[in-house]
Design a protein around this ligand. Structure first.
Ligand SMILES: NC(=O)c1ccc[n+]([C@@H]2O[C@H](COP(=O)([O-])OP(=O)(O)OC[C@H]3O[C@@H](n4cnc5c(N)ncnc54)[C@H](OP(=O)(O)O)[C@@H]3O)[C@@H](O)[C@H]2O)c1
Length: 359
């Protein structure tokens, strides 16, 4: 039965503490983290892994100068780790393919034990398409990670061949979106007004109003909606990976909500969205936690050996695939953790990247 080792870990637990508790799971391993902004959760995630002597820590991000800043800071703290920058622009499939090929070519890094897909963009004000013609938040947050993880899978499978079952892991950093959002299956390119979508695909209008939208029914694209698609995608990606890879290879995947952390995530948000975020913070609809506490659920999901293959519980599918506050959460909506929807998204993602994956 899936459970955590430390029920006392919570929203205040720091990632360094989690890494220390599961130090054996990091020693000598190869870990890859995407989105390693020195001011973001990715930095704290890398720092926690670095604190327990991995063999290689691969920092995959789009801005080399920021990646180097993170590496320089960590090198000063933990000089014995082999840090490797990898340029990866998740919103460009060409860049993702180049990054994966570069990583696969490193013969001195033959295996990949832990992947933390942490990078994301949020609150892009207007409908913006990636160079591959996909809404940029969905393209970056889900499709890019789907493609990158799938392309580097040979090294993940190699790691799984020597690790105990369930200890080779792919962690997808999601958000609260799976607890409140719906996936826009019939209109992923935002051609319909929200009010014209099938009822089960209509966005939660009250939530969008709270995020500063005046007439969300009349719009097709909403900034938070683009984010929700990718973040629900992150959980469904974990569900699909488990269904495809756990029995065969022992690879386990989970998706985590990190909590609310004041980072640069909403750097592109419109003033109306910023005003709404400030209002919500002031009205205590959420409270911020530290960068380190924002990384602790990723570390728990990546390392806790008690976490196992998600299961059906209380009529809900895939209990154990979604975590928050360092614990398993049952707050995700059924559509965010459905195996049938996960397979549907897998097929859609393969179409979007024009490649099929089967291991
Ligand atoms: N902060 C929160 O309150 C919160 C709440 C819920 C979920 N999350 C999730 O937590 C994760 C980390 O976010 P954060 O808050 O730490 O935000 P952040 O500081 O903005 O970090 C996001 C990282 O993603 C990278 N990134 C963005 N677009 C990319 C692309 N196209 N290719 C490669 N890398 C890209 C950024 O790189 P650059 O800096 O170089 O642009 C940055 O390193 C995200 O998945 C986010 O959805 C955060």
């Amino acid at each position: 039965m899936t459970a955590t080792t430390h029920p006392e870990f919570n929203d205040k637990t720091e990632a360094l503490e989690v890494a220390k508790a599961f130090a054996e799971g990091v020693h000598g391993k190869t870990v890859l983290v995407t989105g390693v902004n020195p001011k973001g959760i990715g930095f704290a995630t890398c720092q926690a892994f670095a604190s327990q002597s991995p063999a290689h820590l691969i920092l995959a991000s789009r801005t080399l100068s920021k990646t180097q800043e993170t590496i320089d800071t960590l090198k000063a703290q933990y000089p014995d780790v082999d840090y490797r920058p990898l340029i990866l622009n998740l919103s460009s499939q060409k860049s993702v393919r180049e990054a994966a090929a570069e990583f696969l070519s490193w013969s001195d890094v033959p295996t990949l034990d832990i992947v933390v897909n942490n990078a994301a963009v949020m609150n892009i004000p207007e409908l913006t398409l990636s160079e591959d013609g996909i809404e940029i938040q969905f393209a970056t947050n889900h499709v890019g990670h789907f493609l990158f993880t799938s392309l580097v899978m040979p090294k993940i499978i190699k790691a799984a061949e020597r690790n105990p079952k369930g200890l080779t892991r792919v962690i997808n950093v999601t958000s609260l979106s799976p607890t409140m959002g719906v996936f826009r299956w019939s209109d992923i390119h935002y051609q319909k007004k929200n009010k014209d979508l099938p009822e089960e695909e209509r966005p939660p209008f009250d939530i969008h109003r709270a995020w500063g939208e005046v007439d969300p029914e009349e719009n097709s694209y909403l900034p938070l909606e683009g984010y929700n698609q990718g973040k629900i995608g992150n959980v469904l990606f974990s569900v699909a990976l488990n269904n495809k890879l756990y029995e065969k290879y022992g690879i386990l995947s989970m998706a985590v909500h990190p909590g609310m952390i004041p980072t640069e995530l909403s750097r592109e948000a419109a003033p109306r969205t910023w005003d709404a975020i400030k209002r919500m913070a002031e009205s205590s609809r959420f409270s911020y936690r530290t960068q380190g506490a924002g990384a602790s659920t990723s570390l728990t999901a990546a390392l806790d050996p008690k976490l196992a293959m998600p299961e059906s519980r209380d009529g809900k599918e895939n209990y154990g695939v979604y975590l928050m506050d360092c614990q398993i959460s049952d707050k995700a909506l059924p559509g965010s953790v459905s195996s049938e929807k996960a397979e549907r998204l897998w097929k859609l993602s393969e179409e979007l990247v024009k490649e099929k994956f089967d291991w």
